[in-house]
Design a protein around this ligand. Structure first.
Ligand code: NDP
Ligand SMILES: Nc1nc(O)c(N)c(N[C@@H]2O[C@H](COP(=O)(O)O)[C@@H](O)[C@H]2O)n1
Length: 299
């Protein structure tokens, strides 16, 4: 598959699996009266080597995707209202989290705008950046490229453990701070971390965000691929992403960071118990990479 065709192939693969791609009204926050805990549509995505690594040892970033699968990732960015990463990824990668015309190419940009029902002259859609930081003390606001994001300053999801001093600083710079419920389900065991399902509900309720692309890193993705019950929804429904998109590159890395690193008893038991199960799986080749697209069984 040639690079100029990759955006078209990605649109064909993904547009029918992600809601609200077309038509695309500017989302407005729901009214205060309807602040029920509505979960947005959540896509989890990452790229891994054939032996399952997403980064190098010491969490150093690694380029895994080829140009065609990178184009697929950037098409996905244009199809979501928000893009979310953990603070570990911000510290390690200093990502931009924009949709890039140089990666999509002229034809790809035009195809994306058509898929979104936008006129040719419209600017390319960028998802709003969202960072997860339990205390607000790690987000490197003085250096992060996210502070210059074209969709505006990032939203930071935090817990009740947040630093008030840092909140004041961040808000004075235009960063939106959202205090979420505390969770002890995360990878870090006993320390309270952000209850991601509560965070997703609040992104919907306060900012009208209907679709979220979770791009990393390892701990955030690991938290989302574990089976959890909602703390905000009395129905005890399973909280899971609705779509999982994984790029698998034909390379071996040998050592580094994996998305799911079981600890404690789970490590001994192993197997897929306790992790989400996939459904409606599709496979496509993008350049030299294979892309797996799957829904999640909700029972
Ligand atoms: N190949 C790929 O596709 C990608 C690779 N990466 C790689 O992943 C690595 C970064 O991953 P990682 O270090 O795990 O960092 P993450 O980006 O996953 O951020 C993890 C941090 O987020 C905070 N956090 C708050 N609430 C939660 C929660 N509920 N669950 C999990 N974390 C939570 C925690 O810090 P605190 O409690 O202090 O707030 C935690 O340490 C980098 O090496 C990067 O290159 C990243 C993205 C994509
Ligand atoms: N799809 C994909 N393939 C890779 O090989 C990667 N290393 C990543 N990394 C993710 O992309 C972020 C960087 O984004 P910008 O180019 O700066 O916008 C990085 O932080 C990871 O989330 N993704």
């Amino acid at each position: 598959m040639n690079s100029p065709h990759a955006p078209h192939a990605a649109i064909a693969l993904l547009a029918h699996r992600i809601p609200f791609v077309s038509p695309n009204p500017i989302p407005s926050p729901p009214s205060q009266e309807s602040l029920n805990p509505t979960l947005p549509f959540v896509t989890v995505t990452y790229a891994q080597s054939l032996d399952g690594f997403i980064a190098l040892p010491d969490r150093r970033p690694l380029t895994i995707s080829c140009s065609e699968s990178f184009a697929m990732t950037h098409v996905m960015r244009t199809m979501h209202d928000a893009i979310l990463v953990g603070v570990g990824t911000v510290l390690g990668d200093d990502p931009r989290l924009t949709s890039r015309e140089d990666i999509l190419g002229v034809e790809g940009v035009a195809a994306v705008k058509r898929a979104r029902g936008e006129p040719d002259g419209a600017g390319l859609h960028h998802p709003r950046p969202v960072v997860v930081d339990s205390t607000l003390t790690k987000f490197p606001y003085q250096t992060s490229r996210l502070m210059g994001h074209p969709r505006g300053k990032p939203i930071v999801l935090t817990t009740t453990r947040y630093s008030q001093e840092r909140r004041t600083t961040l808000e004075s710079l235009g960063v939106e701070v959202v205090v979420c419920a505390d969770s002890r389900d995360g990878a870090d065991g006993d320390t309270a971390q952000v209850d991601l399902s509560d965070g997703f509900c609040k992104l919907h309720a306060h900012f009208g965000i209907r679709t979220i692309m979770v791009e990393g890193g390892a701990r955030i993705i690991g938290s989302l691929l574990r089976r959890r019950k909602s703390s905000t929804d009395k129905s005890e429904q399973l909280v899971a992403p609705q779509l999982v998109v994984v790029t698998v590159a034909p390379t071996f890395v040998g050592n580094g960071v994996k998305v799911i690193e079981l600890t404690g008893e789970s490590k001994v038991v192993g197997g897929s118990e306790g992790l989400v199960q996939l459904a409606d799986v599709e496979y496509r080749q993008f350049g030299r990479d294979m892309v797996v697209v799957a829904g999640v069984k909700m029972s």
